[in-house]
Structure formats: C-alpha cells, structure tokens
Ligand binder design. Sequence first.
Ligand SMILES: [Zn+2]
Length: 146
Amino acid sequence: MKGNHKQIITTLTAAISSIKAASNIAKMIKDGTSMLEKAELNSQIVEIMCSLSDARTALADANDLVREKENKIQELSEKLSFKGRLVHHMEAYYEVDSEGKPTGAPYCMSCWESKKLAVHLYHVRVFGFCPNCKNKYQHSKAHVID
Ligand SMILES: [Zn+2]
C-alpha cells in the first residue's frame, strides 16, 4: 500500500540528513574560507546544492504521502459517520430519521455487512433486488419506509 507510515518517516529522515550534509559543508566553508582554493569552494557549493535538492525532493514526497493519508482518513471518517446513521431493520439497513427510526429506501444487508457498501435495492414486483451482489429480498422484509 502506498502512503504508509514507514515511507513518510523514511523520506523525512532522508530530507533531514540531506539538510544536515548541506549545513556541514556550509560550516566547513565558513570556517576555512581562506584556506580553500576557488575550485574547491565551487565543488563544495555544488555539493550543498545537490543536498538541498535531494532534501526538497524528499520533502515533496513526504508531503504527497501525508496528503494521501489525509484523504484516506477523510474517506474513512465519512464512512464511519455514515455507518453510525445506518440501522438494521427487518432484512435490510436504513438511514435513520431525527427520532432514530429507520426511514427511506432500504440498503442491501449482504453488501453492507460484508463490504460496508451501501447499495440501494431495486424494487421489482415482490422483490427488492441488489444491483451489486444480485441478492433478492422479499418486499415484505425490505421495503421503503415513509
Ligand atoms: Zn448487495
């Protein structure tokens, strides 16, 4: 699975060590400017730029991973609050009204209990029919509640 915790820690650790490397080189240059040849100075600066560029890439990756996690959390909490609003009644699940009573069109019991999928039943004569799992429910046990 993309966007796991370990990946975020790894990319952040990489960014931190790249920044540390850049800082160390900068400190070396500052402390020893007079002794350094211009060519050597240039190569040190190139190293700093590489380290900072690595850090930037790692931080961008971590940012993507965190955003992905945030989306997942949002999705899960929406599912969870929806779950809290569905109640089991007869052979189906229903949303509840302000008094906590089942209301509206029935959701497929099988899909909800096995996959947490809220699928409305289609009503064909005496049956409620699930378009997802193809289960049939007798109309008397799963029907629209007004
Ligand atoms: Zn179903």
